[in-house]
Design a protein around this ligand. Structure first.
Ligand SMILES: Nc1ncnc2c1ncn2[C@@H]1O[C@H](COP(=O)(O)OP(=O)(O)OP(=O)(O)O)[C@@H](O)[C@H]1O
Length: 856
């Protein structure tokens, strides 16, 4: 029967509504999904855009999605190196999604955030905790070095804390391999972390400059201030080259000072090797154990230990196979480190399974029966944790009360919320677990006997607290002292009356906008005084690009920028567009939209992660602001009101322009991480490769060529999340035309290809002795560059103004089912000298490590 008119109208309305809904989904500006990941919230902001917390749609595992521009060579570099690292102290890169304009990296989520923020929160880190965290950092660096990779931008901001509070190395944007070059020339990093030889523009050994940066990190962790940090960048550099740092004896002990001074030797050859550092007394007992662990992992990987060998992996694989998955394809992706959809899925599923295993078989230490065991085992662990040097002393008095008393030293220092609430933290250290439960007041869902016991002793201990105070050790004493200082400082902070000094600080702090004045606590006779000259801890983002003068070792960094008004205006335009983006409304989570998006992502393009379109919702923005605020949380936070924080955030655009335009000014000294391109080389064409000289090709990833798009892109980079220019250089020196002949090669790694050609390719690994390069060894010229695949420089309309590596013209998602780079980039171009599809082939993976393994 023909529907009535009313029914017809209803049907029409329903169709129209569906149609409109579909249309609005298509035209939605807000980015909600990328590949298989649903964006949840913004957790940070990198050089090229926001960093999102996301959930993997198939496994519901949390990851971080970091956006990078395809046209940024550092992004290529980052992915290239990062995906080869598989170690517990390095953030895991699960998947890489390449869209039309962007590269998205799905990374292991580290809820503890940056070590920098943690340090700001704690003001300075107690020595024992320093030893532990620093050993973990060393573990990550040692692993990377053993694969002949140097990080070159080691700093507190590039170390994250995972859910267990473990340090993890991240941000491999400046990384390069040293297998083909003994000494490097390209100056990159962050000024305050730079070794003297870098400042002096000497050829340098990458390993040794990393060790210097580690020294800066250790010093800063202990003191809460940086050893060489002046408002004037030139002064900072002079200090780095000529002066030794001063030590605060209240904060550092003799071992610590010894280690820091060794790491900060001006002569790179005098700096110790990483195994030597890890064996240093200051780091014990953590150092040795991490050294052994790292070497074990390296050995296993070197010998090609295979994935899918553990019981859990085999079980999981079997289940997948039964479900109809192509397990061969999964294996292939994982073994080849493709970082595509399949390997991302596998890693995340495996993690989920591991977690379920742990839940199914909880640790005995958490059961009622193991209370005694926990407490017994806690004694030596505490002994080694809190005061390794007083082991004997502690060993004699391993009573429960003693343990709790020791515990109180660290319990007074609040960890970041997500660390405090971390179950894993408790697992890792039962005593810490007790502390976090009780001090954070976190309600435990099912209090068991262990928890009851804990609370009982805790309350008893509190009652007897003052009376039971025991002198423990110099180190613990100093912890106590600092704890008292911290408390005293807290009470001062809360006091409505502020000393003139502090209000003075507030002014400085508010005016400067960028620096966090950090009062130093000088404990004398139990009293806390504020120093008139207060050191500070600033955040040094890799956020500006400065061209180091090649004429003078301490020359003007910024002269180049003055000649680049276009780049600066591009920058401001970009800033404006970013501001606009932040005004967009909330993202709604649309189930239907998700389905549609998924289809899209499974097609050739995963998704379009267009930053200009990826408009975060207001909640995201506000979260981001919160984020930013947390960055400027200083010890002096009582003196920084919200408005000043906000003004800093808002003032970033102009600040970034000023700082990029100014020369060695005060501002530029604060925004001083850069990647110098003058010694870098442009991408190589096949033709050029044959005829060119490769002078100064310090890297093997693509570099800016004459008037390259990269320059323009960098110029339009968003303002860094801390109100400064993006981390890496904005001003890349324009190379003259001939300099395009100075080439770099993209070392295409085997896993981007599907074939098995590279099976059995030798893997280069460094031994500890390899890492000690003879001082006289010079950097190879680029002629020594390995015979690796080369991508041509394909000019577009204007060959001078648009030279960029063809790699960036790819239009196929890396995470696509085939995982092949598209050959589209070879088309529609002035293809003189262009690389033909057949020429993209597997080459020796210099860094190829064998197979994945279970680091946990
Ligand atoms: N794996 C992660 N887990 C949690 N947060 C992360 C992770 N990676 C990055 N973030 C957050 O995102 C912020 C920016 O990330 P990151 O520093 O790696 O980006 P970037 O592009 O290198 O930025 P910049 O160049 O400004 O340092 C970090 O400060 C951190 O807060």
């Amino acid at each position: 029967m023909f529907p009535s008119r009313l029914e017809q109208n209803q049907l029409k309305a329903s169709i129209a509504a569906s149609y409109n809904k579909l249309y609005s989904q298509f035209s939605a500006n807000e980015l909600q999904e990328v590949g298989n990941y649903k964006l949840l919230k913004v957790v940070g902001e990198g050089s090229y855009g926001k960093v999102y917390l996301a959930s993997h749609r198939l496994t519901h595992q949390k990851v971080v999605l970091k956006m990078g521009s395809k046209s940024d060579p550092n992004v290529v570099r980052e992915v290239f190196y990062h995906r080869q690292f598989d170690y517990i102290y390095i953030t895991k890169l699960y998947e890489v999604i390449v869209t039309e304009n962007y590269v998205w990296m799905a990374l292991e989520y580290c809820p503890g955030r940056e070590l920098y923020e943690y340090l700001l929160f704690k003001k300075h880190i107690p020595l024992v905790e320093c030893a532990k965290l620093f050993s973990q950092i060393l573990g990550g660096v040692y692993y990377a070095h053993s694969m002949k990779c140097v990080h070159r931008d080691l700093k507190l901001e590039n170390i994250l804390l995972d859910k267990k509070g473990q340090a993890k190395l991240t941000d491999f944007g400046f990384t390069r391999e040293c297998a083909t070059k003994g000494t490097l020339e390209t100056v990159c990093g962050t000024t305050v972390y730079m070794a003297p030889e870098l400042i002096e523009r000497k050829p340098y050994e990458g390993y040794k400059t990393d060790i210097w940066s580690l020294g800066i990190i250790l010093y800063t962790l202990i003191h809460g201030t940086m050893p060489f940090d002046e408002d004037d960048e030139m002064k900072t550099k002079l200090k780095i080259v000529n002066e030794n740092p001063g030590y605060n004896r209240d904060l550092i002990d003799a071992d610590g000072e010894d280690l820091v001074s060794k790491l900060l030797q001006k002569d790179p050859q005098q700096r110790p090797s990483l195994p030597q550092v890890l064996q240093h007394p200051f780091l014990q007992p953590y150092g040795i154990s991490i050294l052994e662990k790292t070497e074990k992992v390296m050995k296993r990987q070197r010998h090609g230990s295979k994935n899918f060998h553990s019981k859990l992996e085999r079980k999981l694989l079997k289940r997948l196979k039964q479900t109809g998955f192509d397990t061969q394809a999964i294996k292939h992706s994982v073994n080849k480190k493709k970082c595509d959809t399949l390997s991302g899925f596998w890693y995340l599923l495996l993690e989920k399974e591991k977690r379920s295993e742990i839940l199914r078989h909880p640790r005995r230490s958490r059961s009622v029966l193991s209370v005694k065991k926990v407490f017994d085992s806690s004694a030596p662990s505490r002994k080694s944790t809190d005061n390794p040097k007083k082991d004997d002393n502690v060993g004699k008095t391993t009573t429960l009360r003693r343990i709790m008393s020791l515990k109180s030293d660290t319990a007074s220092i609040r960890p970041p919320p997500n660390l405090a609430n971390s179950k894993e933290t408790k697992k890792a250290d039962p005593l810490d677990g007790v502390s976090s439960q009780t001090s954070s007041g976190r309600s435990i869902k099912r209090p068991n006997f262990f928890h009851k016991m804990t609370s009982f002793f805790k309350s008893k201990k509190q009652a007897e607290n003052a009376a039971n105070e025991e002198p423990v050790s110099p180190r613990s004493d100093s912890l106590d002292k600092r704890k008292r200082n911290a408390i005293s400082f807290e009470s001062r902070k809360n006091s409505p009356k502020r000393s003139p000094t502090r209000s003075g600080n507030k002014d400085v702090s508010e005016k400067s906008g960028l620096k966090c004045q950090k009062p130093t606590m000088i404990a004398s006779n139990g009293n806390t005084n504020l120093k008139a000259e207060e050191p500070r801890l600033k955040k040094f983002k890799s956020n500006t690009s400065s061209e180091m003068s090649r004429q003078t070792s301490l020359g003007n960094y910024d002269s180049e920028l003055e000649n680049k008004p276009a780049a600066i205006s591009d920058q401001s335009m970009y800033d404006e567009s970013r501001n606009d983006n932040s005004k967009v409304g909330p993202i709604s989570i649309l189930s239907q939209q998700s389905e549609i998006s998924n289809d899209t992502y499974n097609s050739e393009y995963s998704t379009d992660g267009n930053a200009s379109n990826s408009k975060p919702n207001s909640s995201m923005s506000s979260h981001n602001n919160r984020n930013t605020s947390s960055v400027v949380l200083s010890p002096n936070m009582d003196s920084i009101d919200n408005s000043s924080l906000q003004s800093r955030v808002n003032g970033r655009g102009s600040m970034s322009i000023i700082s990029s335009a100014s020369s060695a000014s005060e501002k530029s000294s604060r925004t001083d991480s850069f990647y110098e391109i003058s010694t870098a080389s442009s991408p190589k064409t096949m033709d050029l490769r044959a005829m060119s000289t490769y002078a100064n090709a310090d890297t093997t990833v693509p570099r800016a060529a004459v008037g390259s798009q990269w320059l323009a892109k960098r110029g339009r980079s968003p303002v860094g999340r801390r109100g400064r220019l993006p981390k890496r250089n904005i001003s890349r020196k324009l190379l003259n035309k001939s300099s395009t002949a100075a080439q770099s090669v993209i070392q295409e790694e085997s896993s981007f290809d599907d074939d098995e050609d590279n099976a059995g390719i030798p893997v280069v690994h460094a031994t500890a002795s390899d890492l000690e390069r003879p001082s006289g060894m010079k950097e190879n010229t680029a002629l020594d560059a390995p015979a690796l695949p080369v991508f041509s420089v394909l000019s577009q309309d204007n060959p001078l103004m648009d030279r960029r590596p063809a790699l960036f013209d790819m239009t196929r998602s890396l995470s696509g089912s085939s995982g092949r780079w598209s050959h589209n980039f070879l088309e529609d171009r002035n293809s003189e000298g262009a690389l033909q599809p057949g020429e993209i082939h597997d080459e020796h993976s210099i860094l190829g490590i064998a197979d994945d393994e279970d680091n946990s």
